[in-house]
Every structure is written in C-alpha cells, then in structure tokens.
Design a protein around this ligand. Sequence first.
Ligand code: C2O
Ligand code: CU
Length: 656
Amino acid sequence: MFLWVHYIDLVTALLQLPVAVAAGWVAPRLRSPGAAPRWLAAPFALLLGGAALRLVAGVLLLRWGWEFAGPRLVFVVPALVVAATVYLVWWRPARKPPGEAPGEAPRVAAVAGAAGAVFVAAVAQLAGAGAAVVAGLAVLGVAAMGWAYRRLKRGQTPAPAGRWRTAARAAAGLALVAAVTAGLSAASVLPARSSMTGGAVDTGGGGAAGHQHHGGASVTDLTGADTTASAAGGDAAVRRFTLTAQQTTVRLDSGARVAAWTFNGVAPGPQLVVRQGDLVEVTLVNRLPGVGVTVHWHGVDVPNAMDGVAGVTQDAVAPGASFVYRFRARQLGTYWYHSHEMSSVQVRRGLFGALVVLPADAAVQDDAVADTVLRHTWGNEDGVATLGLAAGVQRRSVPAGRQVRLRLVNTDGNPAMFTLTGAPVRVVAIDGTDVHEPGVLPGVRIRAGGGSRYDLVFTMPDRPVTLRADGPGIVYSPHGDAGPDQQGAAPAVLDPARYGTPAGTEFGAGSRFDRRFTLRVDERLGFYDGRPAVLYTLNGASFPDVPMLMVSGGDLVEVTYVNRSGQHHPMHLHGHHMLVLSRDGRATTGSPWWVDTLDVGPGETYRVAFRADNPGLWMDHCHNLEHAADGMILHLGYTGVTSPFLTGSGTVNHPE
Ligand code: C2O
Ligand code: CU
C-alpha cells in the first residue's frame, strides 16, 4: 500500500514536468478566452488533476505519520493553490459576461505562473530540495508573476513570435537545461581524497599513513586487548586460515560459467568454523589482477583495526600483498565475511563466505547435521539466484530422527524469502544471536533482509523437508532422493518482533539514552560522482556528506530509521549489535531481537538501541551494496578516534 501511494505520487510529479511546460507554452494564447480553442485548457486540467491526486496521496500518507506525509504535502499544496487560482481567474470567469471577468493581463500572468509553480515544485521534490529552497522559489515565482502582470497590463505583450524566434527560444531553453545538468553532474564529483575524520583532503602526498593525528586514538591502534599471540597461549586455541583472493571461473549447476573472484578458488569462499573464545587469525593474500581487496567480518564485533573497511580501518591490500586479521571469536553463531573494497562489485563476483562460531564445549551442538546455505545472485541483482552455486533444487540425505541446523545467509541486497515446509521448525537465532524461547512453528517463511542470517532447527522426519529460497531450493530426505513437495498453503511469515518470549536486556525502550539520532531515507533523482542516479539519501545527503553519528565510549545510543523511499534498505552497523525496540511505533513483544543488519522496508520506522562499547570508526550503511555505491553510507564515530586512511579516486580505497 505504501509503495502504491509513494510511486503514484512520484510518477505524477514526474509527469507534471512536461504538462507544466505545455501549459506555460499555451498560456499567452489564452489572452482572449473566447477566441482560444477549448483544448488549450487541457494542460491546465491535467495539472489540476495531478495536484488533486497528489493531495490525496499526501493525505493517505498521514497513516504512516507526519514524517511521511509532511514533506509531500509541502510540495503539493502550493501547486494546488496556484492551480485553483487558474480555475478562478481564467476558467470560471470565461463563462461570465465579459464585463465581470478580470482583464486578460492578470489572467495570462496567473496561468503562466501556475504552470511555472507546478513545474518548480515538481523539480524541487524530485531533486530532493528542502523546504527553504521551495519557499525561496515560491517567492521568486510570485515576483515573476507580478512582473509579467505589469508588463501585460501596460500592453507590452510581444506579438506572437515567428518560427525562427520560437526555435531560438526552444534551443536556448534546452541549452540552459543542459548547462544546469552538466553543472550538477560536475558538482557531484567526489573529492579525490577524503578522510572520514577530517573531510576532504587537498594535500598531495603518497601513502595514507602518518598525518591526521590530532591526539586521541588512531583506528590502527584499536586492535583489541587480548589478541596478541601470547594472550592466546592459555586455554583457547589459535585458529589459522589463509584466504587467497583470486580470479576463478565457477560453474553453476545449470552449466553456466561465471567469471568470478573467489577466496581460495571456491565460491562461496571456504566456510571458517571456529569455537567461541578462539583466537582467529586469517591471512588475506591478494592474487587478483590489478585490484585491491579486504575482508570484513560481517556481524562480528571485532576490534576496529580488524574491521576490514578499505580507507577507514586499513588500506586495501594490493595485488601481491597480504594482511593478517586477528580477533577473538566472542559471539556464538552464524556470520559471514566479504571484501569491503569495491564491495558492490566484489561481493557480487564471489568474494564472500560463511563464518561459524560454535560453542566452546565441543559436545554441544555437534550431533546436529549442519548445513550453511548462502543465497547469492550472480551477475547483478536480477541475475541467477542460487544457493551456493545451484540455481535448481538440490537433494540431500539426512537420516530420520537427526537434528538439522540450517544456517541461512542472504548475501544479496534485496530481501529473499526462505520457505521451509515438511517438519515442525524453530528459528533459533537471528544475525548470530540466539532467540529466547523460540516457539515451534508448523513451517515457516522468513523474509531475510540483505546481509542477515537466520538459523533454523528441525528434527528430520521420515518424509522430505523442503527449503525454498525464491527459486533455488534444497530437499532433505532420509534417502536423499525425494523431489520437492507439492507446495500447499504457504506457512506464515515470521515476524521477529513477535517471536519467542521476552528476556532481560541491559537496556530497553524505557532507558535513558545518552544520544538519539534519526536517519531519514529519501528517494530522489540526482547525480552521484558525476553520473545520474536514483539516490537514497540519509537525512538528505549522500556519502561523504552525511554527518557522522558521534558518540563517546559507554554511551547508550538510540537510532530511529525512517524509510520514506520505495525500496528496502538493510541498514548494517559495523562493530555493534542493535536491539530492536519498536517498529512503526509498536514495541517488540517477543524475544529480544538483536541485529547487525536491519531490513527497513518502504514506509517503515524502526527504533533501535545499542551500547557504544567498541571504540573506533564504524561504517553504518545500506547493505544493498548498489545503494551504498551511490552514497548510502555514513559512519559512527567515537570522539577522539581518528583514521589515517583516505578514500576516493586519488587513493587505493573504494570501500563501497
Ligand atoms: Cu557486510 Cu559494511 O558490510
Ligand atoms: Cu538501500
């Protein structure tokens, strides 16, 4: 429903542009309404209809709250008022005896002004201009109308222009539009070198390290207290892995070959399995041709220096070079890792894999049959959707009576619907964190947002169990030969806000917050780094212009996400877990719902809270990585923490 209202309003605004131009074009011919053909009224009727439609849309949006309706009504109301003026001064008096109708001068000025106002309001809205700009333009519009009125009244109306003059005017208009477009495009080009903690950097100079120390800590110092080799000497083991980024051709089950970038030649990358408390040491080696690479541990609250974000916590690892990541695996559960250099390209091409942290006690959980299922779309967001490398239905054998734990990972940006049928099932963990007292469901559908993970547990019956993921699927059966079941009634969609039972948390909706932030997502047309794009802005801005969320160590922080756009935005905060407090104003009632990646759907408002207990400089971005590449990124910064690294075309770092 929100989507309909949202896009009807946007498309109407878009259509108003040519209609308003047509209306402006015919306005001067309306000087004597009696003589002007009736069809000249058509553009005005359309403008009036469009304004009315958008007014209805704005009023309907009140259901989602003033945050949603207010900004729309700002753009609709002036257009509506002026459109009504047209009706009153021109259309209605035209039916009256000539003596009672206003003179032709105010009439033409009013109708031309009306068309202009609608045009300006539509452009302002589509380009995401603020209320101040709209007010300024409205004042200009009124002044222009007054000027036109006086000219017309003095009888200074020019004779209708000849063909050449008309053509020249049209050409001048087009040239103006082209110049403005080129100007906006040029203005959107990102600085060649920018620092997260210091804005644009205009110094030349070679390496990134060295400058930018104004006291306080550098991200490079934030390596964690207990991650030196000697600290691991005691109880816990050191788990060593090597991930080699390389070019590989992978085969999908369809036989199609994909030119992929992989870790260790396999896609998805190798699953890294460690135990809680282990010291994890991963050596990243880059053998990609001509591009840098990093590894980010998605959902693992690692020390900042190990976060793997190019240009924020390290320089991208150059071809031939290597980098060692070291962190303590404190959190149990299902995570994943992926490159955070050119991530919209590199993750899509295959530079990702699963990271599983098992309980320290080997006896626990090890009797379950575990299956990690990574849903990934190859090519582009509309490409081939697979589980692993299979776009079709896979068959696996599991002896009846065994417990099965599925670890579902959505590596894409759009939500994926996972459906499990054939056995009673529990959703035991979300984003790595255990659900408190998860109830048994007869079957389940899970709308997994981009980057999120869900763990399911069921006991294998003596009949098949089917997992589907919007296309690809897996059938588990005792002999591994069963086909997918006939799809009966689809199970209910899991609502994590109402699933499981409440349990104590260190903070909650009633806590006193040290900082509160609101992040509003809007959709607009514009330019990003010189190219035209549909922008999803955060508080009206795109990276690197979105102000940082600044916190101090220990702060309790509340963030409200308001999605006023028509797309899903899986908001991912690095280095912290967020407790979901409410959705659309209604408090969560189930298990504490902890996330590192929260899918905020169109029209949704989420309130979340987290403790700022992991100092550093942390990305907070949309995990639809195409959106991130178009600037849907901001950072969480701790006061006093600086980064010596730079991003931009003049550096080796392109984290998005
Ligand atoms: Cu999964 Cu900023 O990343
Ligand atoms: Cu997004």
